[in-house]
Design a protein around this ligand. Structure first.
Ligand SMILES: *[C@@H]1O[C@H](CO)[C@@H](O)[C@H](O)[C@H]1NC(C)=O
Ligand SMILES: *[C@@H]1O[C@H](CO)[C@@H](O)[C@H](O)[C@H]1NC(C)=O
Ligand SMILES: *[C@@H]1O[C@H](CO)[C@@H](O)[C@H](O)[C@H]1NC(C)=O
Ligand SMILES: *[C@@H]1O[C@H](CO)[C@@H](O)[C@H](O)[C@H]1NC(C)=O
Ligand SMILES: *[C@@H]1O[C@H](CO)[C@@H](O)[C@H](O)[C@H]1NC(C)=O
Ligand SMILES: *[C@@H]1O[C@H](CO)[C@@H](O)[C@H](O)[C@H]1NC(C)=O
Length: 403
C-alpha cells in the first residue's frame, strides 16, 4: 500500500520537475481567483464608480457615487512576503497603478483589522523612510508612510523595496476585499512619491532573465488556487494559442497602447483609440461618447441595463492588424430577462481593458521594449482536460503497481 502512495507522488514530482526544467528561466506565482466572484449588475455599477476614482477623474455626468463595497470586483490576487522572517500578504497585482502598499500593524481602521498587517519591529531587514504616502481609490483612500524592506514572490526576493505602510484606510472599499494590499505593476512615472516599483527593482537587482512579466488569468475558473498565473521573466507559450501580437506602449505610465479599431459586431465604435491593459479592473471601460454608441446598439440605459436580446454581437478589437474577438457571453451579464453590459464608461479619452479582455487574451508586459503582447488563452477547458488526463495516468500507475 505504502508503495502505491509514494510512487505516484514521485511521478508527479517528476512531471513538475520536467515542467520546471522546460521553463527554467521563468518564475511563477499562482494567482488566486475570488471563489464566489460573480459579475452581477450591482457590482458592475460599483466597479464603474471605483474605476472612476482610481483614474482620479471627476464624477461622471451625474452618475451617483455609491457607497457599495467593491469586494466582489477584486478577482485576482496572489501571495507575497515582506520582511525577514517573512510576513505574508495577499495582494492584487495591478498593472493600472505602480505602488506597493499593505496595512501597517499600527492601523486600527476596520479595513486594516480585517486584514493581515506588517509589523516592522518583527523584521530584521526593515529600514525606515517615513515619507508620507497617500492614494485615493474608490470611495475611500489609503494613507500612511513609506517603509523599506525585502519583498518576495514567485521565488524571488527584492531587497530594499520601498512600499506604503498604511496607517489609515478610509471608506469601506477594502474592508471586505479578499486581499490585504496592492502591488502596482505600472511604469515608474505613475508611482506616488517617486517610489521605484517592485518589478523595476527585480530588473535592477538581476533577479529576472528578461525584463518581461505576463499574466494568464482564467476567466471562468472555479478553483481558488488556480485562477491563473503571473509569470516573471517571460511568457509560457503553452498558455496561449498562436503567436503574441505585439503593440508598442505609447506612454510609459499606464500600459497604454493604440488600437486600430473597436467594433460591436459590424458597427465600428472607434478608430485608433488608445487603451490600457489593467489587471486591477474587471470591466471594459470606454470613453463616454463611444460608450453611448454601444449603449444605443443594445438600447441600454445609463447604467448599461437592457432587456436581453436573442442574439448579441461579439466585441471585435483590432490591434496591430490582428483581430481579438470577445463573444457577448463574456461582456454581458444576464440576470433573468435583464442584461447588463460589462462595458461601462468613465470620463476619459482612452479605453481600459480589464479582466473581461485579459481573461480571454494572455498578456505579456514587456518592460524593456515598452510593448505589450496579446494572444488568445489556451482554453481553460483544455487545461482542465489535461488535469483529468494526469489524474487518469496516475490512477493507471497506481493500479499497475498494485497488480
Ligand atoms: C502565503 O504563503 C505562505 C508560505 O507558503 C503560507 O504560510 C501562507 O498561509 C500563505 N497565505 C495565504 C493567505 O495563502
Ligand atoms: C509588533 O511586534 C512587536 C514585537 O514582537 C510586538 O511587541 C507588538 O505588539 C506588535 N505590534 C502589533 C500592533 O501587533
Ligand atoms: C539595502 O539598504 C541597506 C541599508 O540602507 C544597504 O546597506 C544595502 O546595501 C542595500 N542593499 C541593496 C541590495 O541595495
Ligand atoms: C523615501 O523614499 C523616497 C522614494 O523612494 C525617496 O525619494 C526618499 O529619498 C526616501 N527618503 C528617505 C528619508 O529615505
Ligand atoms: C494548450 O494546453 C494543453 C494542455 O496544457 C497543451 O497540451 C497544448 O499543447 C496547449 N496548446 C498550445 C498551443 O500550446
Ligand atoms: C462558466 O462556467 C459555467 C459552468 O462551468 C458555464 O455554464 C458558463 O457558460 C461559463 N461562462 C462563460 C462565460 O464561459
Amino acid at each position: 500500500m505504502a508503495r502505491s502512495v509514494i510512487i505516484p507522488i514521485a511521478f508527479l514530482a517528476g512531471i513538475l520537475l520536467l515542467v520546471g526544467v522546460a521553463n527554467a528561466a521563468l518564475n511563477r506565482i499562482p494567482i488566486q481567483r475570488s471563489e464566489h466572484f460573480k459579475r452581477s449588475h450591482k457590482n458592475i455599477q460599483a466597479e464603474r464608480d471605483f474605476v472612476q476614482q482610481k483614474y482620479n477623474l471627476n464624477t461622471v455626468n451625474g452618475y451617483p457615487m455609491e457607497q457599495l463595497s467593491n469586494s466582489d470586483n477584486y478577482q485576482y490576487y496572489g501571495n507575497i512576503s515582506i520582511g525577514s522572517p517573512a510576513q505574508y500578504f495577499l495582494v492584487q497585482f495591478d498593472t493600472g497603478s505602480s505602488n506597493l502598499w499593505v496595512p501597517g500593524s499600527s492601523c486600527q481602521d476596520t479595513s486594516c483589522l480585517s486584514h493581515l498587517s506588517y509589523n516592522k519591529t518583527q523584521s530584521s531587514t526593515y529600514v525606515a523612510n517615513g515619507t508620507a504616502f497617500s492614494i485615493t481609490y474608490g470611495t475611500g483612500s489609503v494613507s500612511g508612510y513609506l517603509s523599506v524592506d525585502s519583498v518576495g514572490f514567485a521565488g524571488l526576493i527584492v531587497k530594499n523595496q520601498t512600499f506604503g505602510e498604511v496607517t489609515t484606510e478610509q471608506g469601506s472599499n477594502f474592508a471586505y476585499a479578499h486581499f490585504d494590499g496592492i502591488l502596482g505593476m505600472g511604469f515608474p512615472a505613475l508611482a506616488v512619491d517617486g517610489v521605484t516599483p517592485t518589478f523595476q527593482n527585480m530588473i535592477t537587482q538581476g533577479l529576472v532573465q528578461n525584463s518581461v512579466f505576463s499574466f494568464f488569468l482564467r476567466d471562468n475558473g472555479s478553483t481558488v488556487n488556480y485562477g491563473g498565473e503571473l509569470i516573471l521573466g517571460g511568457s509560457d507559450p503553452s498558455l496561449y494559442r498562436g503567436d503574441l501580437t505585439y503593440v508598442d506602449v505609447i506612454q510609459a505610465a499606464y500600459w497604454k497602447f493604440q488600437t486600430d479599431s473597436i467594433a460591436v459586431g459590424d458597427v465600428i465604435i472607434s478608430i485608433n483609440d488608445a487603451a490600457i491593459a489593467d489587471t486591477g479592473t474587471s470591466l471594459i471601460i470606454a470613453p463616454v461618447s463611444e460608450y453611448d454608441v454601444i449603449a444605443a446598439i443594445f438600447n441600454a440605459n445609463a447604467n448599461g441595463l437592457f432587456e436581453c436580446l436573442n442574439s448579441m454581437p461579439d466585441l471585435v478589437i483590432t490591434i496591430n492588424g490582428e483581430v481579438f474577438r470577445i463573444p457577448a457571453k463574456y461582456y454581458v451579464t444576464q440576470e433573468g430577462n435583464y442584461c447588463m453590459l460589462g462595458i461601462q464608461s468613465i470620463n476619459q479619452n482612452f479605453w481600459i481593458f480589464g479582466d473581461i479582455f485579459l481573461g480571454r487574451f494572455y498578456t505579456e508586459f514587456d518592460v524593456g521594449n515598452q510593448r505589450l503582447g496579446f494572444a488568445p488563452v489556451n482554453s481553460s477547458d483544455s487545461v482542465k482536460i489535461m488535469g483529468l488526463w494526469n489524474l487518469f495516468f496516475v490512477a493507471c500507475v497506481v493500479w499497475m503497481l498494485n497488480k
